[in-house]
Design a protein around this ligand. Structure first.
Ligand code: GUN
Length: 288
């Protein structure tokens, strides 16, 4: 049996076309501030990709590159400035930050209305209760892939491997809101295979090439690979041993071309939403 490939790249292209259409119709040109601190090579690649995506969708991107030793106070001052700028609707501080910066302090300084990553406590709280405006980009992208391929998580056992604040935890919550039974596994889970073999939908979000092998997958399961790693040959790969798992799974996301493009597309949509909400909220501050 060969699994159906879940084509995140094609789906992301559709989302981006829709974002471009709505951005052109928006009373205010959406703007995204992308902040990069230091010279991490991977972060530079991601930031460049985000700027390119914005340009393709009619979103204005503003890059702010700070020296690694600029200091947290300078970064917080920049965020305060961006919070106040009417032409900036989304603020993204590329993580990880260099040593010496408190990521939590920096994230919490971003206005929740401009927090297009949905990392601020206020947005995290809303994700927990289900009252969210922005969902974090990667888990939201996964949900959109499932929806597009008519894979309904309701009543299914979803096993999420990885418990990060960016992916694992919010992914589990989004699946729970859609009535799945959810198990979160992590590095201290004693028998990972025993858990993953129970999954109707398996989400791998660890960052370890080859972690999920065919024997860990229930025949007919849907396998979503969130990770972006490099293998020993320098090739981009996920956590899932794609070739062998594709023989067992019913559906599988490739890496590259699966979840990654959807993460980027959701960021654009969150930025558009932030701009649309700023238009809707015009004048409301005066009333309060
Ligand atoms: N670094 C890796 N992934 C992300 C992300 O989704 N948002 C931000 N801000 N930084 C990241």
């Amino acid at each position: 049996m060969a699994a159906i490939i879940l084509d995140g790249k094609a789906l992301a292209a559709r989302v981006k076309r829709e974002v471009a259409k709505q951005a052109a119709a928006c009373k205010r040109a959406p703007g995204l501030a992308v902040v990069i601190v230091g010279d991490d090579a991977a972060s530079r690649i991601y930031v460049n990709a985000k700027k390119k995506d914005c340009a393709a969708c009619g979103i204005t991107s503003y890059e702010f590159a700070l020296d690694a030793n600029a200091g947290e106070a300078a970064l917080l001052a920049l965020i305060a400035e961006l919070n106040a700028r009417p032409d900036v609707h989304g603020i993204l501080v590329q993580l990880p930050l260099p040593a010496g910066y408190s990521e939590q302090a920096v994230i919490q300084a971003i206005s929740p209305e401009k927090d297009v990553d949905a990392f601020h406590f206020e947005n995290v709280g809303k994700i927990t209760t289900g009252d969210f405006v922005f969902a974090p980009c990667t888990p939201a992208g996964v949900m959109e892939i499932l929806d597009h391929y008519d894979i309904d998580p309701a009543g299914k056992h979803c096993v999420v491997v990885g418990r990060s604040n960016i992916v694992g935890k919010p992914q589990a919550l989004l699946l729970l809101h859609r009535h799945a039974t959810v198990t979160i596994c992590h590095s201290r889970t004693p028998d990972l295979t025993a858990m993953t073999r129970q999954a109707d939908i398996l989400v791998a979000a660890v960052g370890k090439p080859g972690l999920i092998t065919a024997d860990m997958v229930k025949p007919g399961a849907v396998v979503i690979d969130v990770a972006i790693n490099r293998n020993e040959d320098g090739k981009i790969c996920g956590d899932v041993d794609f070739d062998s798992v594709a023989e067992v799974a019913s559906h599988i996301t490739p890496v590259p071309g699966g979840v990654g493009p959807m993460t980027r597309a959701v960021l654009l949509r969150n930025t558009l939403r932030a701009a649309q909400r700023s238009v809707e909220n015009d004048g409301k501050a005066d009333i309060l």
